[in-house]
Design a protein around this ligand. Structure first.
Ligand SMILES: NC(=O)c1ccc[n+]([C@@H]2O[C@H](COP(=O)([O-])OP(=O)(O)OC[C@H]3O[C@@H](n4cnc5c(N)ncnc54)[C@H](O)[C@@H]3O)[C@@H](O)[C@H]2O)c1
Length: 437
């Protein structure tokens, strides 16, 4: 039987042991926050290389310093392992594993399912299991709970607590980090919710309880669908305004002076990252079960996924003006990561641009201070370990295509030395060799 007071006491006197499953961009900062709040944390990852690095006090994420890992290990508050039997030592288990799309652009639940299967043999009375991975409404109840209940004859809500709390981590955001972003929490029942709120209150500035795990799952999807649709809208306006010889960035900067009723979104070469291009399709997939269409999401996906093609057309047109074809032209893609000032290249539109340029016969290189070589990714294995070209070589290229506008690039130097620039981020000043796209 669950005992909420016992769980809350352990949390409040910090004797609760926290298990974090999946030590990536989301799980690792969460582990750090719990250690900072003086909890003992066990990190679980199936990637033993990551566990070894963490136990050796090394970070593998650019914006998380190794000193933060050393702080955890030196205080004897953290250990990373792939031995899932240690789950039975934990009081709260938070799951932060990937939720990508499969080749049919449908939710790929294998990481959540594998995780639940690894945990199931060690489920104990009065533990809290809380999923943090972004997913469609219904996942916690329909996918996670049946697997957790499958081994030890224990029932969710009767014997252990279950919650869902979406992660809102925005890597390298200067203003907000794990501890300062309010956290939405849903529980499978009233006590599960209370257990989740008690736990997150220890490390997060504000918890936002909602009435169900489904509402919490839907909240995360709504946030990311909102971004996806608005980015598509501004991408569409960019194309229209370009035809009218109007600079969309100038228009956005003017529009955002309105103190109410407008929120700026910025165009780009396509959608990137592990969230915005993917999460909306989790809802689209689930909506089909309810015979509902998600036309805004589909349309936004269509517009955003056309952006790289638009950018390539702009490259071709401007090269053409110089009497050059894209075929055999040397192109330098500036910025590989999916957004500025991070090293995460997952789902970055830069790779789509790279492939489209190569299909047209261009010779492609890249420069990215955050990615000295192309890291290991699920997609594009053929690009693995290709090195970043030094920026000093910019004059060797027929065209520089700015895809990601990191702050630590000398844009004046690039502009003075490049033959031709296509700027998808409004990073360059107006100049004869620079065209926005
Ligand atoms: N990265 C972000 O900015 C961000 C923001 C909000 C939400 N999210 C969501 O959070 C979740 C995790 O994303 P991430 O960016 O941290 O992913 P990630 O790929 O950086 O990390 C996931 C980790 O889980 C590990 N893993 C996979 N299967 C496992 C298993 N069965 N047991 C233990 N470990 C396992 C992987 O080895 C990896 O280290 C996703 O659902 C994502 O959509 C991510």
């Amino acid at each position: 039987m669950t005992d909420l007071n016992l769980f809350k006491n352990k949390v409040e006197n910090k004797t609760a042991v926290i298990g974090i499953v999946g030590l990536g961009y989301v799980g690792l900062p969460l582990a750090i926050e719990f250690v900072k709040a003086e909890f003992n944390v066990i990190g679980f990852d199936i990637d033993q290389e990551k566990n070894d690095q963490l136990n050796a006090k090394k970070s593998y994420i650019n914006h998380i310093p190794s000193s933060a890992i050393a702080m955890m290990v030196d205080n004897n508050k953290f250990n990373a392992t792939s031995d899932f039997s240690k789950i039975s030592e934990c009081d709260a288990i938070l799951m932060c594993v990937p939720t990508p799309l499969n080749e049919h652009r449908e939710p790929d639940m294998k990481y959540i399912i594998n995780t639940a299967e690894l945990l199931a043999p060690y489920v104990k009375e009065n533990q809290l299991y809380c999923l943090e991975s972004t997913t469609y409404p219904g996942t916690t109840r329909e996918v996670l709970v049946p697997i957790l209940e499958s081994k030890n004859n224990l029932k969710a809500t009767r014997d252990f607590f279950v919650g869902y709390s979406p992660e809102r981590e925005d890597p390298n955001n200067g203003k907000f980090s794990t501890a300062t972003i309010p956290k939405v929490v849903g529980g499978l029942d009233k006590d599960s919710l209370a257990a989740g709120v008690a736990l997150y209150n220890q490390i997060i500035v504000e918890t936002v309880p909602v009435s169900s795990v489904d509402a919490a799952e839907a909240t995360k999807l709504m946030e990311n669908i909102f971004r996806c649709v608005n980015i598509a809208l501004v991408n569409e306006l960019k194309v229209v305004f370009e035809k009218m010889n109007i600079d969309v960035w100038e228009v956005i900067n003017a529009a955002k002076t309105k103190p109410f009723g407008f929120m700026p979104f910025y165009p780009g070469p396509g959608l990137g990252g592990h969230c915005i291009p993917i999460d909306p399709f989790y809802l689209t997939w689930k909506a089909r079960e309810f015979d509902c269409a998600t036309r805004f999401i589909e349309l936004a996906g269509e517009i955003n996924s056309k952006m790289p093609y638009y950018v390539i057309d702009r490259c071709m047109n401007e090269l053409n003006e110089q009497g050059k074809s894209l075929k055999n032209s040397k192109i330098l893609i500036l910025g590989l990561a999916y957004k500025k000032n991070v090293d995460d290249p997952r789902e970055s539109p830069s790779f789509k641009l790279w492939k489209l340029l190569e299909e047209k016969g261009a010779v492609v290189s890249y420069h990215d201070p955050y990615c000295p070589t192309v890291p290991k990714m699920r997609a594009y294995p053929e690009l693995y370990q290709i090195p970043s070209t030094p920026i000093e070589k910019v004059s060797d290229f027929d065209l520089v295509l700015l895809s990601t506008d990191h702050d630590n690039v000398d844009y004046d130097f690039v502009q003075q030395n490049a033959k031709l620039i296509i700027d998808t981020r409004n990073a360059f000043k107006a100049a004869d060799n620079t065209f926005k796209a």
